[in-house]
Structures are given as structure tokens and as C-alpha cells.
Design a protein around this ligand. Structure first.
Ligand SMILES: [Fe+2]
Length: 317
């Protein structure tokens, strides 16, 4: 049923101008969840995967598929891209190939050595985030849609993806050829940045978000996430954990690995793998998740990341 929240979300546009057709299409998606939405609208007005018609059809069908079936297809898609990669490998450096193999194997790669964040920048970033107004959930659209002061009333906050004073920090991370090479080789195509989500997690908050339970993300068939830690995290303090190898298996895997690291650590992960936020938190945590793949996909559409595509393009092109 279409509730008042769905209507609010369809109107919400981060105080940005949203083209009427997009707004209308979003409204339809909210009602019909892709499956009955006219493909004509999506194809013509959203230029949705025009170069990848088959993927697009599969994605539209996603909402008719049980999750297990979608997962099987996504795993097939991944294994196929690993096969195709052997042709691409020739173009890439040894260290890039090594990094990508690690993601294939373990579902993650510790990229801290290739991205050097300065201490001063890390401190500045944390201060800016803590004093920002933010949405009171892991994503702006799952919040009550109002920016508020960050306090202990909930445990997760997310910042406006286009927040101007954070742009220079994102830029420093993204202008990195080694990072770009790993992303492109892993994806098997030239990845586009399609989401930036900076989150502040408060310690001592009573409210718990379900993101701290084990789950898989289903953004698309193939995409990659980069986590940047702006504060120290460890197994007993806010580190995300991942079931190593489960992005290529319909099973859970029994190897739960905590992505631990000091402030400034960076991890590339395939979040089709089972992963979980951490229920234990000793300090407030600041973390940025950036996602790369085909820009317009079910997740970027549902979360309205498309409103920032121009901004993301400026940062990562
Ligand atoms: Fe997740």
C-alpha cells in the first residue's frame, strides 16, 4: 500500500531541483516496484542501461525474482566476468591483478597502502562531519528526511551526499589511478561512481539499526564498494565484518573476517558477500562508503543517488 512515507519520499529531492519526469517515474517505482512500470518510460527517459539491454531486462525482472534466484544470477555474472578478465589482464600491472584476485578470493582487499590520507585531513573531515546537520538513518531516504544535529537519539546518521565542504576530501581519494585500475579490472568495465554515503555512528545510543545484522546488498549484479575509515575501528569497536568468499557462493561461508584498521584505512569490498555492521562501538565512528559500477542501477534509482550523478561525475572522471 502507498503510505504517507512513500509519498514523502517521492517528493523528497535533497532540496535539489528534480526533473518532473524523474520524480514521476520514481513515484511509479514506489507503487509498482519496477515490474509493472512501463519499460518505455525507463528506457526513454532514464537511459537505463541502454548499452546493456540484457542486464537491464534482468534487473527489471529482479523484482519478480525470489532473492535466491537473483543471487544465483549475480554469481553467474561474477564468474563470467572472472573468465573474461583473463583477456583484460594483459593491460594491467601485476599489483592490480593481485588486488583483484584477493577480492575474488576473499570478498575484500585492504587498499590502505594505495590511498594515503593525511592525518590533518582525517581530523578535519571528522570535525566537519560531527558538526554537520545529518539525516537520522544509514541512508537519507530511510530517515525522516530532515537534517538534524547529530546526537545520541539514534545510532546512525548519514550526510547529504553532495555536501560541499566534504568535496575536496572525496576528490583527494578518488584522483588515484591505482584505485581506478583495480575497480575497472574487477568490474570488467569502466566503473562509474554512483553513490557516496558518509555515516556517523554514535556510541551509547539505545536505538539499533538492522544494518548491524548479517545481510547481502543487492545493488546490482556487479558493483564494488569502497569503505574509508575516518576513525579507528577494530573487532571490538565498530569494524564491519564480512563472510569471506560468500560473494561467489549461495552459502554463508564460515570465515567471518573483521575489516579492522586505523583512521585512514581503506577497503574495497564486494558487498554481495554477507556482511554486517558492528553492534559494539566504543567511540563515535565516521566512515564513507563509495560505490562503483553502472551508475543507474536498482539501488541508485531507489536511493535517489541519480540526483548526484553530475556531482559524482565531476569527482570521478
Ligand atoms: Fe550492507
Amino acid at each position: 500500500m502507498l503510505g504517507i512515507n512513500s509519498i514523502k519520499k517521492s517528493i523528497f529531492s535533497f532540496q535539489k531541483k528534480e526533473p518532473f519526469l524523474l520524480k514521476f517515474a520514481y513515484f511509479l517505482v514506489l507503487i509498482f516496484k519496477f515490474n509493472i512500470v512501463s519499460r518505455f518510460i525507463i528506457n526513454n527517459h532514464l537511459k537505463f542501461f541502454l548499452s546493456n539491454k540484457e542486464d537491464f531486462d534482468d534487473i527489471v525482472a529482479k523484482y519478480n525474482l525470489p532473492k535466491k534466484e537473483f543471487l544465483t544470477k549475480a554469481i553467474l555474472f561474477k564468474n563470467n566476468s572472472i573468465k573474461n578478465r583473463s583477456l583484460l589482464n594483459l593491460k594491467y600491472k601485476e599489483e592490480t591483478i593481485k588486488a583483484v584476485k584477493e577480492i575474488d578470493e576473499n570478498s575484500f582487499f585492504n587498499a590502505s597502502k594505495i590511498i594515503n590520507l593525511e592525518k590533518e585531513d582525517i581530523e578535519k573531515f571528522v570535525n566537519l562531519c560531527s558538526s554537520s546537520l545529518a539525516f537520522n538513518s544509514t541512508l537519507p531516504l530511510t530517515s525522516d528526511l530532515k537534517k538534524k544535529k547529530i546526537d545520541k537519539s539514534v545510532n546512525y546518521y548519514s550526510l547529504d551526499p553532495g555536501q560541499e565542504n566534504l568535496k575536496e576530501f572525496y576528490m583527494k581519494i578518488l584522483k588515484n589511478n591505482k584505485l581506478r585500475e583495480i575497480i575497472n579490472l574487477y568490474l570488467g568495465f569502466s566503473g562509474e561512481l554512483f553513490a557516496i554515503n558518509t555515516m556517523v555512528t554514535k556510541m551509547d545510543s539505545k536505538f539499533r539499526h538492522p544494518v548491524t545484522d548479517m545481510h547481502r546488498d543487492f545493488d546490482d549484479f556487479h558493483w564494488i564498494t569502497m569503505f574509508v575509515y575516518w576513525t579507528d575501528v577494530s573487532k571490538n569497536n565498530g569494524a564491519t565484518s564480512i563472510m569471506s568468499g560468500s560473494h561467489r557462493s549461495t552459502n554463508t561461508s564460515d570465515k567471518e573476517i573483521y575489516l579492522e584498521g586505523k583512521a585512514g584505512s581503506v577497503f574495497l569490498t564486494d558487498n554481495l558477500a554477507y556482511h554486517s555492521g558492528n553492534k559494539v562501538l566504543k567511540n563515535d565512528r565516521v566512515i564513507t562508503a563509495m560505490r562503483f559500477g553502472k551508475a543507474l542501477n536498482p539501488a541508485s534509482y531507489i536511493n535517489k543517488d541519480y540526483l548526484f550523478f553530475q556531482y559524482f561525475n565531476d569527482l570521478y572522471n
